[in-house]
Every structure is written in structure tokens, then in C-alpha cells.
Design a protein around this ligand. Structure first.
Ligand SMILES: Cc1cc2nc3c(=O)[nH]c(=O)nc-3n(C[C@H](O)[C@H](O)[C@H](O)COP(=O)(O)OP(=O)(O)OC[C@H]3O[C@@H](n4cnc5c(N)ncnc54)[C@H](O)[C@@H]3O)c2cc1C
Length: 503
């Protein structure tokens, strides 16, 4: 283990010795001409990756490369204190820093980090279940799959994101949707306490009692205040181990009927049983439908070995192109829905993936038809957008709505559906960025305008980056004032202002 730190120290020294004042590493290197002092301050298990190394490439690869942060050096802390030391070091050197865990954060504001230190949380993945089995302390770098498997082996579960490859805290600090939210609320609703490194590099244990306003802000706007090195969350006995799914592939001639059917058969307004979820997306597949996008649509049911036909029969009656059904347990959900570690959404392929989310109450079939038509037309006109898709997510809502809206910084508890076009393109073509933004915004506006809502709420963790603070964190003035006051208190120098900044 010591060798890692020693090698890191040598590597940094060597890079820094070759870095002239114009070198893009010079900001990190300038103190004493090297950065060996950083390696010397970290624990033996920590690592520092310099550009060009395999470790650096792995740590900095991202789900979306558009407007990615410019990383000069990667620090991989092995202890919570290593995170604190790295932040102190960055402050001494006057270089910016950004925590990265799963690398799926795609909001363009992170691109404002230039010539900075990435603090890759990947080694902080310990999970300890409490003696009473009611909570678990989870390392600040833990990814969903590890949490799912560890808890499941102990007969437990908690709310995580649906995807195996995202972290707990990346989604959780912005709310965090997941398959179990109908029962227990969002990921952020599971937080009991956390260890956090503040902007000055001090490490603290916080909970609701230490500072109620900070605690409130960590649940929904938490990327703005510190680096969470571990979090203690509520966990639950596995009550229902069975899950079932039916999947429908629906062609573009049935768009209006398809959304009418969702609205009628599985209206996602909180009145459905807590154990029914829908999820899907439309995408281009000319081998199935040459006239327009194809929809892949899942109905998931907890505590069942087959999905109740009351929910599925109306979709069979539509005459879908294909159907599929199966059953298993909770761990199978990401595999069924193409969200497991080996599925396409988990790969870092060098593409730009730009999302344009909008929360709505129900589907407007005519607006969805308009969105399909525009999506199809844009894909024809710009084949470079062919890999794009359009998410439709209807998680169950009881647990989310049961928590009073003003008790956390999460602004979207009233929203029923999460709708988001994802425009995918090759960033080597510089003409595509503006086109992608225009298309994404146009698609989002079609849905928003038909929603009858006066305020556009965009789930912060899906946001593109051109939205307002009100879109991300709510339109109530008291929310904005409270967030700003907490920001001024805990991050007056705006060190944590890369991911969806409040200020
Ligand atoms: C394939 C895919 C599936 C998704 N599924 C879901 C889902 O089911 N539910 C859902 O709600 N969202 C989901 N999302 C959106 C997801 O919430 C965001 O993309 C989120 O930013 C991913 O977190 P990450 O750790 O993977 O990304 P990162 O880029 O590593 O982190 C995002 C940001 O979080 C902050 N951060 C990361 N770690 C820490 C830490 N320990 N302490 C403080 N700040 C930290 C940093 O500001 C960082 O820029 C999904 C996204 C993708 C691409």
C-alpha cells in the first residue's frame, strides 16, 4: 500500500518537474515546483493519478463528455481524512476541485471546473450495517450495485437509484429516484447522518440536530455544500422478494393510444398501488419501425410472480410489436430494464449525452405525438442524433408524497412523472452542440406547454445546465433564500459551485 503513495509521489514530482509555468498542470505543481507534499499528506492506501496513466483515464471517463470538467490530476482518497487533506491542499494551491463518484453527472455546469483536482471517491465504498439492522453507514464513493448486493445478502434493502452504475450520493444529494421510493421516499429521505468535508477542508459529522438548515439543504441541493465521505441511511427488511415485469415494444402508429392507455390503465398520480411502476423510453430502430421511434415500455410489480393483468391487458389489446414477461427478485430489476452494469446506459463511450428533463402530472397524448414526430424528423435530418432516446418514468409516489414538501430542499414532490429527452451525439462534430440543445429544449417545451403547469421543474440530476435555479430548486422565494443563506454560511467562497450551483 505504501508503494502506491510513494509511486504517486514520484509520478507527481516527475510531472511537475516537467511542467513549465504555461503547462496545464502548473497550477497544481506550482508550490515548491512539485506536489509531493500532497502525496505525503495522504494515507498509504491513497493514489494520485496523473494524465496519461490508465488510472487517470479510468477515473476521468464520463457518461457524457460534453462540457466535462478539465481535470489536471486525480486524487483517490483511501480514508475520509484523505478527502479533507485534499481539499485543504487544493485551497492552499488555489486550484478548484470536484468530487466524482460514478461519473454520470452530466450537467454542463461541471464544465466550469478548469485545471482542477478530481477527488475520485471510488475507494470509499465500505458498507456497515448497524447492530440493530435499522441503518447502514455507506462510504461516500459507493455505487448502487455494491449497496444492493451487500444489503440483499443481509436480508435488507434501501432506496438507491435504479441503475447499478450510478452512486448513492450523486443522485441522493439531488433527491434521488428509485424503484423503492413508493414505499420509503427518495434516496435523500433515507439520510440519517453523514460525514462531510466542508469547503475549508474540515471534516464534520452532521445530522438534523447539528444544523437543521444545512441538513434540510443536503436533501435536494446537497452538491452545493461539501463532499460527503460517508452517509448513514435507513435500511429495511426485505418484505417482498418477488418482482415481476411485462415489457412491450410499441410502434409509432400507436403513440396517442399508447399514452391514453397509460393514463387510463396505470394512472400514476399516487392512486395506484404502491407496488406498480412504469418505465420506458422511445428510440430509433428502423428494423422494427421505419416510420418513427419505437417505444420500449415496462410495467413492474413488487410482491408478484406475474404482473396483474388489470394493468397489462390494455397494453396487449394495443397490439404491440413484441411482448416479454418474467419474474425474479429485486436485484433483477436493473437487468430487465437495461440499467445493469453491462447495459448500454452504464458505458462510458465518449459520447455527449444531454438530457432535458421536465416533471409532469400526466401524459398528454397529443403532445407526446408531437414530440415523437419532432424526434423522428430530427433524427432523419441529423443522423448523428440517431442514438438519442426519450425517457418516460413513472415511479410509485406514496413514499415521496408522504413527506411534507417544506421539510427538505427537494422541490418536486408533487410531480408524478419524469420525462426527459436524451440527445446523444459525437462531440467531435462541433456543429452538433447547439443543435442538440435546441432540439432537447424544443422537445421538453412541447411536453411542458401541454402540461398546463406554469412552472418548469427540471429534476436537477437530469438537468442539461441551461435551466434556472428556480427550475432546479423550486420557485418558492423562501426556498431560494434559505438555500442561499446556507450557501453563504458553509461555502462563502463558492468552492462547491460546479454542479447545479445555487450561487
Ligand atoms: C444511466 C443513468 C441512470 C440513472 N439513473 C438514475 C436513477 O435511477 N435515479 C436518479 O435519481 N438519477 C439517476 N440518474 C441521474 C443521476 O442522479 C445523476 O447522473 C448523478 O449525478 C449521477 O451520480 P454519479 O455519482 O454517477 O455521478 P458523478 O458525476 O460522479 O457525480 C455527480 C456530482 O455529484 C457530486 N458528488 C458525487 N459524489 C459526491 C460525494 N460523495 N459528496 C458530495 N458530492 C458528490 C459532484 O458534484 C458530482 O459532480 C441516472 C443517470 C444515468 C446516466
Amino acid at each position: 500500500m505504501e508503494v502506491v503513495a510513494a509511486v504517486a509521489a514520484w509520478a507527481v514530482t516527475s510531472v511537475c518537474q516537467n511542467a513549465g509555468s504555461e503547462h496545464w498542470l502548473s497550477a497544481v505543481c506550482r508550490r515548491d515546483g512539485n506536489a509531493t507534499d500532497l502525496a505525503g499528506r495522504l494515507s498509504p492506501g491513497a493514489a494520485i493519478y496523473t494524465p496519461g496513466s490508465d488510472g487517470f483515464i479510468n477515473a476521468t471517463s464520463r457518461w457524457s463528455v460534453f462540457d466535462a470538467p478539465t481535470v489536471n490530476i486525480v486524487v483517490v482518497p483511501a480514508t475520509e481524512n484523505d478527502v479533507a487533506e485534499t481539499v485543504k491542499y487544493a485551497n492552499e494551491q488555489d486550484v478548484p476541485f470536484l468530487a466524482v463518484t460514478g461519473g454520470h453527472g452530466a450537467i454542463t455546469t461541471v464544465g466550469r471546473m478548469k485545471t482542477g483536482i478530481e477527488i475520485w471517491m471510488n475507494h470509499l465504498q465500505d458498507i456497515e450495517i448497524s447492530a440493530d439492522g435499522a441503518s447502514a453507514k455507506i462510504g461516500g464513493g459507493s455505487l448502487s450495485k455494491r449497496i444492493l448486493d451487500t444489503l440483499w445478502a443481509a436480508g435488507k434493502q434501501t432506496v438507491t437509484g435504479s441503475c447499478e452504475c450510478t452512486s448513492l450520493l450523486g443522485p441522493g444529494l439531488g433527491g434521488g429516484h428509485g424503484f423503492l421510493q413508493g414505499r420509503h421516499g427518495l434516496i435523500a429521505d433515507q439520510f440519517l447522518s453523514m460525514n462531510i468535508v466542508f469547503a475549508n477542508g474540515s471534516l464534520h459529522h452532521i445530522d438534523k440536530k447539528t444544523d437543521a438548515d444545512l441538513w434540510w439543504a443536503m436533501q435536494g441541493a446537497g452538491h452545493n455544500f461539501g463532499i460527503v465521505t460517508s452517509v448513514t441511511v435507513k435500511i429495511y427488511d426485505i418484505e417482498y422478494s418477488d418482482w415481476a415485469y411485462e415489457m412491450f415494444t410499441v410502434t409509432s402508429d400507436k403513440v396517442e393510444k399508447f399514452y391514453q392507455t397509460i393514463n387510463a390503465a396505470i394512472p400514476n398520480n399516487g392512486s395506484l398501488p404502491v407496488n406498480v411502476i412504469h418505465y420506458g423510453y422511445f428510440y430509433n430502430d428502423p428494423t422494427i419501425d421505419s416510420k418513427g421511434p419505437v417505444t420500449a415500455f415496462w410495467i413492474l410489480q413488487e410482491g408478484a410472480t406475474s404482473v396483474d393483468s388489470a394493468y397489462t391487458q390494455p397494453f396487449h389489446d394495443l397490439g404491440p410489436f413484441a411482448t416479454e414477461a418474467g419474474s425474479g427478485n429485486y436485484l433483477d430489476l436493473p437487468v430487465w430494464t437495461d440499467l445493469d452494469n453491462s447495459a448500454a446506459p452504464c458505458q462510458h463511450t465518449g459520447f455527449a449525452n444531454t438530457r432535458f428533463p421536465v416533471d409532469t402530472q400526466t401524459y398528454d397524448p397529443q403532445a407526446m405525438r408531437k414530440a415523437y414526430d419532432l424526434f423522428a424528423k430530427a433524427s432523419l435530418e441529423t443522423p448523428a442524433f440517431n442514438g438519442s432516446f426519450f425517457l418516460i418514468e413513472g415511479y410509485s409516489l406514496q413514499g415521496v408524497k408522504a413527506i411534507p414538501s417544506d421539510t427538505t430542499a427537494v422541490p418536486f414532490r408533487d410531480g408524478n412523472l419524469l420525462i426527459a429527452p436524451v440527445i446523444r451525439w459525437d462531440p467531435s462534430d462541433s456543429t452538433l452542440a447547439q443543435k442538440a440543445a435546441d432540439l432537447g429544449n424544443e422537445l421538453r417545451n412541447i411536453v411542458f406547454e401541454a402540461s398546463g403547469q406554469s412552472e418548469l421543474l427540471t429534476y436537477v440530476n437530469y438537468a442539461f445546465g441551461d435551466e434556472t435555479k428556480q427550475n432546479w430548486y423550486g420557485f418558492e422565494q423562501w426556498r431560494q433564500d434559505k438555500l442561499l443563506a446556507v450557501k453563504d454560511k458553509y461555502d462563502p467562497l463558492r468552492k462547491f459551485s460546479f454542479y447545479a450551483p445555487i450561487a
